[in-house]
Design a binder for this molecule. Structure first.
Ligand SMILES: N[C@@H](CCC[C@H](N)C(=O)O)C(=O)O
Length: 290
C-alpha cells in the first residue's frame, strides 16, 4: 500500500488554479510521479499542482516544497501554490513572515490579510541557458519562434523568462483570436524548449495592467498561473510596454506583481481559497504504477 494512504490533504485554489497541499514533514517519504497522477485523475481531488511539504533543508525555513504538475512532472516554481502553502503554514502561527524552500530557491511569504498573501518569487533568470532554450539566443525578449494558428494572426517572437520554471510570453493584440487549448500543447512541446515551457498570451491594457491567459506545462489550461504573471510583467517591462509594477488579470482574477529595482526580486500578491480537507483514499493508489 502507498505510504500516502490516509494522509491528510488540503484542497485549495489560488484564483481557480487548483492546488493540493500535503504536509509530509517528518514522514521520510514524498509523492512519486505515478502517485501524483493517480490523485490528479481522481474525481474529487483533481489538481493542477500538488505541493508536497518535506523537512526544511536550511536554517529558518518552515518546509521544503516539491511541486508536482497533474501529469506527475516536477516544476521549480508555482506562485499560486506558494500562497496556498503559506496559508497552511500561517494557520496556527502568529508570525507575519515565513520562508519556504523550493527547487528555485528560498521564498519569503507574508500574510497581508486572512486570505491574501505575498510571495517573493526570486529574481527572473533571463539568459537562454536559464530558460533553457535549445540554441544560443542573445535577445530573450523576442526569440526566434513563430507559430501560425489557423484563422488567427501569426504568433511570433515570444519573450522568454525563467522564474525557476520556463515561460514563453506572446504579446498579442487580438487576445481572443486564439484557442490556447489547441495551440498550447504544440508550443509547450516545441523543440526550442528542451524542458517544455509554460505558454502565455498577453495583452497590454495599459502601463500598469496586463491581461494574461496561460497554457501550463504539465497541467494544461488553468484559471491562473502566478509564475506566468511574474514572467509576463518582467517580459513587458523589459520591452518597455509597462513599468515594473502591474496588475495581471487572469481568467480566475487579478494578481499584483512588482519587479523591484533595488534587488531584482519579483514580488507577487494575491488571494487564496480554502476548499476542504480530507484523507487520501488507499484505493486511489491501486494502479499508481501507471
Ligand atoms: N500554476 C503555477 C505554475 C506551476 C508549474 C508549471 N506548470 C510548470 O511546469 O512550470 C503557478 O501559479 O505559478
Amino acid at each position: 500500500m502507498s505510504p500516502l494512504a490516509n494522509r491528510l490533504v488540503t484542497k485549495m485554489n489560488g484564483l481557480g488554479n487548483e492546488i493540493l497541499v500535503v504536509d509530509l514533514r517528518g514522514a521520510g517519504f514524498g509523492v512519486s510521479a505515478p502517485e501524483a497522477r493517480a490523485i490528479a485523475r481522481s474525481k474529487g481531488l483533481a489538481f493542477d499542482q500538488l505541493m508536497a511539504l518535506s523537512d526544511p533543508r536550511s536554517e529558518g525555513a518552515e518546509a521544503y516544497v516539491t511541486i508536482l504538475n497533474a501529469d506527475g512532472s516536477e516544476a521549480g516554481a508555482c506562485g499560486n501554490g506558494a500562497r496556498c502553502v503559506a496559508w497552511t503554514l500561517f494557520r496556527d502561527d502568529a508570525r507575519d513572515e515565513i520562508f519556504i524552500e523550493t527547487a528555485a530557491g528560498r521564498l519569503a511569504c507574508r500574510r497581508l490579510g486572512e486570505w491574501r498573501f505575498e510571495v517573493e518569487m526570486g529574481a527572473p533568470r533571463l539568459a537562454w541557458t536559464d530558460i533553457p532554450l535549445a540554441k544560443p539566443t542573445e535577445d530573450t525578449t523576442a526569440i526566434d519562434l513563430a507559430f501560425g494558428p489557423s484563422g488567427a494572426p501569426l504568433l511570433q517572437k515570444p519573450a522568454v523568462v525563467s522564474m525557476g520554471n520556463p515561460h514563453a510570453i506572446f504579446f498579442v493584440e487580438d487576445f481572443d483570436a486564439y484557442d490556447l487549448a489547441v495551440i498550447g500543447p504544440a508550443l509547450e512541446h516545441d523543440p526550442i524548449f528542451p524542458e517544455r515551457a509554460n505558454i502565455s498570451l498577453a495583452r497590454i491594457v495599459s502601463r500598469d495592467h496586463i491581461e494574461l491567459k496561460v497554457w501550463e506545462r504539465g497541467a494544461g489550461l488553468t484559471r491562473a498561473c502566478g509564475s506566468a504573471a511574474c514572467a509576463a510583467l518582467v517580459a513587458a517591462a523589459r520591452k518597455n510596454l509597462t513599468g515594473r509594477r502591474a496588475t495581471v488579470s487572469l481568467p480566475g482574477g487579478d494578481l499584483d506583481i512588482v519587479w523591484r529595482e533595488s534587488d531584482d526580486m519579483v514580488v507577487m500578491a494575491g488571494p487564496v481559497e480554502f476548499e476542504f480537507e480530507t484523507e487520501l483514499d488507499p484505493g486511489l493508489f491501486a494502479d499508481a504504477a501507471a
